[in-house]
Design a protein around this ligand. Structure first.
Ligand code: SF4
Length: 272
C-alpha cells in the first residue's frame, strides 16, 4: 500500500469509528470532512489555557465546524481572527473583534465570517495557527481530509512569516500511533483534546524524520508488531539508516518486491 492509500485508509477508519461510536456530530455524515466531535467545545477551552494562545494577538484558523468554538473564543478574547474560506475559494477573511462584540458565536460560523469579515489577501502575522485534522500522532504528524488545504495554508503562512506555532483540537480517538506522511506534509506543535493539551516537543518531531517514511505501510512493521520479526531490523533500518534498506530503495524506484523481503534484501520464507 502506498502512502496515499494508507492515508485514505486511515481517514476511512477514523470516520467509521467516530460514526459508529456516535462521536461525530453536525455536520453529518463526517465522511469527507474534518470531523466535528462531541467535546469540541471543551477542547477549545483547553486550547485557551496554553501560553501560545494567551500571548496571541492574531489567530489564523481553518473554517471547519470542529474548530468553530476555537474561532469564537479567539474573538471573545479580543484576538484578530483570520479565517481561511472553505477550500480557499474566497481567500481569507479578517474579522476584527471590536466590530462584532456580542456576535462572536455567529461571526465564528462560515456564514457569519462572510457577513462580518473583510476579504483580504494580505494580513498581519498570525501568532498562532489553528488547523483541522482527521487524525494526528504523538510526533506532530497530521492527516487532513485529503484536499491539501491545511498544508497549503500552513505553508503559505511559513513562506510569508516564518515559523509560527500550529495547533489543533481533536477527539482522543483521532490520536493514532502513526500518521502516514510524505516529506512535504506539515507538522503540528500543540494538540488539545477535551481532557488535555499535548505539546509535541522538537525532539519528537525530529524523531519522525529519523523514521523511514514507508514505515507506516511497510510489511516489516506488521511482522514486527505480530512478533514475527526481531526488533533489530526496525532499529537498524526503519528507525535508523533506512536509506541503506533494500526495500526502501526499491520502494523509491517503484519496483515491486515481496512482502517477506528483509531490509537487507534476503527473503525470509517464515514471514507470512
Ligand atoms: S524495512 Fe526498509 S522500507 Fe521498510 S520501513 Fe524499514 S527501512 Fe523502510
Amino acid at each position: 500500500m502506498d502512502v496515499d492509500n494508507a492515508k485514505q485508509a486511515l481517514r476511512e477508519k477514523i470516520w467509521r469509528l467516530m460514526t459508529e461510536r456516535k462521536i461525530a456530530v453536525f455536520p453529518l455524515p463526517c465522511w469527507g470532512r474534518i470531523p466535528n466531535f462531541v467535546g469540541a467545545e471543551k477542547a477549545a477551552e483547553k486550547l485557551r489555557t496554553v501560553k501560545e494562545w494567551r500571548k496571541a494577538r492574531v489567530i489564523f484558523a481553518n473554517p471547519d465546524a470542529a474548530q468553530r468554538k476555537v474561532r469564537e473564543n479567539a474573538l471573545k478574547d479580543g484576538k484578530t481572527l483570520i479565517m481561511a474560506s472553505p477550500r480557499l475559494k474566497s481567500g481569507y477573511l479578517l474579522i476584527t473583534p471590536e466590530k462584532i462584540r456580542g456576535k462572536e458565536a455567529y461571526a465564528s460560523t462560515i456564514k457569519g465570517a462572510f457577513k462580518f469579515g473583510v476579504r483580504v489577501e494580505e494580513f498581519p502575522k498570525p501568532d498562532l495557527v489553528i488547523t483541522g485534522c482527521v487524525a494526528v500522532d504523538a510526533y506532530g504528524n497530521r492527516l487532513g481530509k485529503g484536499g491539501g488545504y491545511g498544508d497549503a495554508e500552513i505553508l503559505m503562512i511559513k513562506d510569508r512569516f516564518g515559523e509560527v506555532p500550529i495547533a489543533t483540537t481533536v477527539h482522543p480517538v483521532q490520536i493514532v500511533e502513526r500518521v502516514p506522511v510524505k516529506p512535504k506534509d506539515q507538522k503540528i506543535d500543540i494538540v488539545a483534546t477535551p481532557k488535555e493539551v499535548i505539546y509535541i516537543s522538537k525532539a519528537k518531531r525530529h524523531e519522525t524524520r529519523k523514521t523511514c517514511k514507508w514505515y507506516a505501510v511497510c510489511p516489516m512493521k506488521r511482522f514486527y508488531e505480530e512478533g514475527k520479526l526481531d526488533r533489530k531490523w526496525i532499529e537498524n533500518y526503519c528507525m535508523g539508516n533506512y536509506e541503506s534498506c533494500v526495500r526502501y530503495r526499491l520502494e523509491e524506484k517503484g519496483i515491486l518486491h515481496p512482502d517477506n523481503m528483509l531490509p537487507n534484501g534476503e527473503i525470509d520464507e517464515s514471514l507470512k
